[in-house]
Each structure stands twice: as C-alpha cells, then as structure tokens.
Design a protein around this ligand. Structure first.
Ligand code: SF4
Ligand code: SF4
Length: 471
C-alpha cells in the first residue's frame, strides 16, 4: 500500500458528483458534530457577557471581546500564539486520527453537506438527480432547480450575516434596521457602512459558489491541508481503508460458486456515497476526507450479504500489512507534538493570567525638550491609556522616582469607559533651581476599581544645563 496519498482524479476529467444518501454509525457522529458546530456558528454572536456581545471582533474600533477579556491590536501576540497552537494541535490530531477534521468539522464539509441535503430535498435521491441533470429544461425541472437555488441563496445570506455579525456586532446589524426603498421595493435594512455591505456580498457569493458548485474541488485544488497530510500521516495513523486481502478478487456473489472471490461484491456503493467521488478500493488517496460514508455503506452491504463488517474500516497501514508489525499509538513524532502543545499551552495560560488589563504608553513631546515659565522647568509628554477591562474605571496618575518632580495636569484622575483608549498631554514640572537634566522618573497609573492593576512607565526629565540654552 502506498503510504503517501496520491491525487487520483484528473482535473480535466472532473465531473459533477451525485452522492447517494447513507446512514450509519459514523454518519450519525458526523451529523452531531457538523450540525452542532453549524448551530454554534449561528447562535454564538447572540451570546451576551456583561451586557455586551460575548464574542465580538470589533475591527473598526480595534477592540476584540472574547467573553470577559478585551484585546487590543497590541495583544495580537495572544492571537498569533493561539493560531500556532491550534495548527500544532491539528497536526497532532492528524498524526493520530488522520483527516478527522476534514470529515467531521471542516466548514467546507459542513456547508457542502447542508447544500447537498437541500439538493436532495427538492430534486430527490441520487438516481433522480442524475436523471434530472440530463433532462431538457421543463416546468418541473425549473421549479426544482429554482427552489434549490433559492434555499441555497437564503443559507448563503444567513451565513454571511452571521459571519459579519462577529465583526460588526449583532446590535448594529439587527437593531438599526430602517426602511429603505430599493429598486421600488420597500425593505428593512441595517444601517451599516458600505464596506460592510461589500463584505456581506462577498461572503454571500463565496458561500453560494463554494458549497453549491465548487464543493470537493475546493479540497482538491485550493485547500493546502489535503497536501499537508502526505507528510503528516504515518503507518500508525488512523485512515479509512479498504482491506484488499479480504475483498479481492472482487466480484458478484453469484459468481462465487464458480470463481473464488473475496468479500467485495463490487456493488460500487462505496463510490456512490463518496462526496469526493473516489474509489477507496484504489488505496489511500489525497482526495479522501475520511468522512467514513464508504465505511457505513459497505457495512450495510456486508450485513445484507452475511459477511463480517469492516471490509472498509478505520484502520492503520500497519494493521493492513501484518509484516509491518503492530500499530504503535505512542511514537516519537506524536511525543514531540504533545510536548510542544503542553509547553505552548502553559506559556499561553501563564501569559493570559499575568496579563494586566491596562495599557499605558508614554511619548515625549518632540517639538521641545523643556519650557521655562515663572521659575519652573516643564517637560511635556503624551500619555496613552487603554482600559482593557469591560467596566468603566478611574485611573490615578502620578509621578515617582524624584520628589522634586510634580505632575502638572488636569488629568490627575482619568475616568475611562470600558475598553476605551485615550491619548492626552501631561506636563511634569520642577523649580528651576532644583532642575537637573536627564533625571529618570516613572509615570505610575493605578486603577481605582482594582489597585493591584498598576502600570509604571519609565522616562526622563530634561532640564537646561547650568549656563545652558533656554529653548
Ligand atoms: S461497498 Fe463494499 S462490497 Fe460494495 S463495492 Fe464497495 S467495498 Fe465492495
Ligand atoms: S473514500 Fe470514503 S472516507 Fe474517503 S471521502 Fe470517500 S466516502 Fe469519505
């Protein structure tokens, strides 16, 4: 058996696939997993936390709310770390369980399954759909196709709405509906920006084309993950495989009396149910998304002909080739992934727990080093404070490090809303005869809600040298 999956379908020969509906143990698990995730995708934007959308990536204001946490662009480190961690988890899962993500949780698989179900609802089972596709257009065909595409469009629009509600927010999307007269049609539309409408249109069209037409071609020619699997899978990874030792030579049962045949009766049911249109009996292929539809289909056939189940099954290459020895669950590659995941998770949790929900930046005024007014030397700074909590707070601002320096600002107490970022000028002053140049000191900003939340920022105070300039 070939360990590295190969692409068996010729792109030039690609034909539309009409899959047969199959039920069974693995398809029940898939339905639970896929539609569970689908429902979660649609309802998550409506979850509230502390009076605000719980999961909200507010790109226009650059605030990212994840339940009780608020992130700013400066926190992109956390997101990048999380994405790298997710990628490594995916690699480890693939080494262990093969392409389980593709078959059970990938959005492409989920939406394709949903669109195929709509197709089946209006156009009937596989043989009727094949016949319909060959028929010339007539009233019945027009009705069936129109109904299918109409529901596809509704799902696409709902998907795009849900997707942008993670960015725009459900309040802005659904609470700001106002009457619009568009092309003579009275409609209620949300008051969202033109760019949001553009993204809404792009997502709607992409969903419609992707799940309605591209389907498995997305997996074959665009998604890089299918290609990765050839380097990630090993002989101990779980794969969906046909057992040629048991199945071959394949042939109809009625011939079995005359010719010794294997358990495969060559009914082609495993091919008819395959959403990617491949024949698993040709060996491990890059197009296989491990949905196990062929496993359920073949088990059904085995039950009917009275042979043991498992001619097509989840197994490993080692299990199929006795000369390769027993399948190893723990192996060096998996160990490295597990160590990397544990370390990265610990670092992530440590960084998240130690995260101070207050961001402070101090910038010196670049136009002048100091000012001298009425016997005082003054330095100007720009202070930028971000309240990263989800409740309003008042921040106490003071300077420390040199008792001769005093804060000269009307912003000694800065009230700020939840998630607000504010930049404002402050000045620090000292008596001219006490002024020393390059004096280090710190701005200390403390939360009133939680005095433990305190940030210190070091900077310097500049004064004229004795007999120096008076800029
Ligand atoms: S479903 Fe099973 S018996 Fe039928 S062709 Fe496929 S492998 Fe052979
Ligand atoms: S070969 Fe089987 S497991 Fe692979 S995609 Fe086709 S039906 Fe799914």
């Amino acid at each position: 058996m070939n360990q590295i999956p190969t692409q068996t379908l010729d792109p030039d020969q690609h034909q539309r696939i009409f899959t047969r509906l199959i039920t069974g143990f693995y398809q029940n698990i898939r339905l639970l997993s896929m539609y569970g995730l689908l429902i979660l995708f649609f309802i998550l934007p409506f979850f509230r936390y502390d009076g605000r959308q719980a999961l909200w990536f507010d790109i226009p204001t650059q605030h990212f709310y994840i339940f009780g946490l608020t992130f700013f662009p400066q926190d992109l480190f956390y997101l990048a770390w999380l994405l790298i961690l997710a990628a490594i988890v995916l690699f480890a899962v693939t080494v262990f369980t093969g392409r389980v993500f593709c078959g059970y949780a990938c959005p492409q698989t989920i939406w394709t399954h949903l669109y195929m179900s709509v197709e089946r609802l209006f156009q009937g089972p596989r043989h009727q759909r094949i016949r319909l596709s060959k028929q010339p257009m007539n009233a019945s065909k027009l009705f069936k196709l129109s109904a299918t595409h109409l529901v596809w469009i509704v799902i696409s629009v709902a998907t795009a709405l849900s997707f942008i509600s993670y960015v725009v927010g459900t309040d802005a999307l659904y609470s700001s509906l106002s009457p619009v007269n568009w092309l003579g049609m009275g409609m209620w539309l949300p008051e969202i920006s033109v760019i949001t409408w553009v993204f809404f249109a792009i997502f709607s069209i992409a969903t419609y084309l992707n799940a309605g037409f591209m389907r498995e071609q997305m997996c074959f020619y665009i998604c890089p993950y299918g290609r990765f699997q050839s380097v990630m899978l090993d002989k101990d990874s779980l794969i969906v495989s046909y057992d040629p030792a048991r199945g071959e030579p394949r042939g109809k049962k009625k011939l079995a009396a005359e010719v010794a045949t294997g358990d495969c009766i060559d009914c082609s049911m495993c091919v008819q149910v395959c959403p990617t249109g491949i024949d698993i009996r040709d060996g491990l292929q890059m197009e296989c998304i491990q949905c196990a539809a062929c496993v359920d289909a073949c088990n059904d056939i085995m039950d009917k002909v009275g042979s043991p189940r498992g001619l097509i099954r989840y197994t490993t290459e080692r299990n199929l080739s006795p000369s390769e020895g027993a399948t190893r669950i723990f192996r060096p590659k998996l160990g490295v992934y597990l160590i990397a995941i544990s370390l990265m998770s610990c670092i992530f949790i440590y960084a998240l727990l130690g995260r101070v929900p207050l961001e402070v930046d101090v910038m010196r005024d670049r136009t002048t080093n100091y000012r001298i007014t009425q016997g005082l030397v003054e330095n100007d700074y720009l202070l930028s404070i971000s309240n990263k909590t989800q409740i309003a707070d008042v921040y106490d601002i003071r300077v420390e490090g040199n008792p001769a320096l005093t804060l000269n600002s009307r912003w000694g107490k800065m009230p700020m809303d939840a998630g607000e970022n504010f930049t404002f000028p402050v000045s620090v002053a000292t008596l001219q005869d006490q002024a020393q140049s390059n004096t280090p000191f710190e701005f200390v900003i403390t939360s009133s809600n939680n005095p433990d939340t305190q940030v210190k920022r070091a900077t310097v105070f500049i004064a004229p040298e004795i007999n120096g300039d008076q800029s």
